[in-house]
Design a binder for this molecule. Structure first.
Ligand code: GTP
Ligand code: MG
Length: 268
């Protein structure tokens, strides 16, 4: 027996990937960036569905990837709903410059759930959440997207189809996840990254960033005393100190916290 015959090559795989997310979030552009290495500036809405095939090699195994790129517009629901079945991987895209597209993510998961109609099948789908258009002015912080994805056991990537940032890494994780799931007999591997931070930390970071004044930043009403300011400062400092907190945005929030305390103490 020849040497090569002894090494049993793993069979090639065929996988099915879909795209989900509101219209104009950049689903088609992310796919185009990955498959054709280019970006189209003009918006050409997907009509119903676009189908494409690409090949990747992972762990010495050739994988044929069938990509079903869905139209995000509600008008096309009747067309795209046919294509959810047998999905193994999904990119779920929102646009960081459009908050409503982030808020729509739950509705997309509802659509996926109701079309597939079988919880264990849905749970076996590897999902990559793409926070796209990071080259634009944002309305959604990275930490919010990360938290949403972590809470559901999904991968999270910040991407820009325009610059290409994050796109290859995202597809790599998606394909690796799908192949592992196949090797696991259809059971999705839990994602290795542990949260490592709490919702309380995220909420505090959000408040520090979005508050209209220094009192609000410290969670105090106007006319709070020196004591109140220091108490509130200490509580938040323990929560957000960059040496202790791994929550995204801690460092920036901590600086805002220190500046707010300094300004308020001058006033008290
Ligand atoms: P539907 O097919 O209608 O569901 O939309 P889609 O999600 O496929 O969006 P598409 O990829 O067609 O992109 C929509 C618009 O956003 C286009 O004008 C793109 O040029 C633009 N776009 C996509 N990705 C990016 C990005 O990363 N940065 C910027 N600045 N623009 C982007
Ligand atoms: Mg499209």
């Amino acid at each position: 027996m020849s040497h090569s015959a002894k090494i049993r090559k793993k069979p090639n795989l065929r996988v099915k990937i879909i795209s989900m997310g509101n219209a104009e979030t950049g689903k088609s552009c992310i796919i185009k960036r990955y498959c054709e290495k280019r970006f189209v500036n003009k918006y050409l809405a997907t009509i119903g569905i676009d189908y494409g095939v690409t090949k990747v090699t992972l762990k010495e195994r050739d994988i044929k990837v069938n990509i079903f790129d869905m139209a995000g517009h509600p008008l096309f629901y009747e067309v795209r709903n046919e294509f959810y079945k047998d999905t193994q991987g999904a990119i779920l895209v929102y646009d960081v410059s459009d908050r409503s597209s982030f808020e729509a993510l739950d509705r997309w998961m509802e659509e996926l759930n109701s079309e597939i109609g079988n919880k264990s099948e849905v749970d076996s789908i590897v999902v990559c959440v793409c926070a796209n258009k990071t080259d634009l002015r944002r309305q959604v912080d990275e930490s919010e997207g990360q938290l949403w994805a972590d809470a559901r056991g999904f991968h999270f990537f910040e991407t820009s189809a325009l610059s290409g940032d994050g796109v290859n890494e995202m597809f790599q994780a998606l394909f690796e996840g799908v192949v592992k799931t196949c090797e696991n007999g259809g059971k999705r591997e839990p994602i290795a990254t542990q949260l490592g931070y709490t919702k309380e930390q995220i909420d505090a970071i959000q408040r520090l960033k979005n508050a209209k004044n220094d009192y609000e930043r410290l969670g105090l009403g106007p006319g709070a005393s020196k004591d109140d300011v220091n108490k509130s400062y200490r509580k938040l400092a323990v929560l957000l100190h960059p040496d202790k907190s791994v929550a995204p945005g801690s460092e920036e929030a901590f600086k805002l916290l220190v500046a707010a305390r300094t300004a308020l103490l001058k006033r008290c």
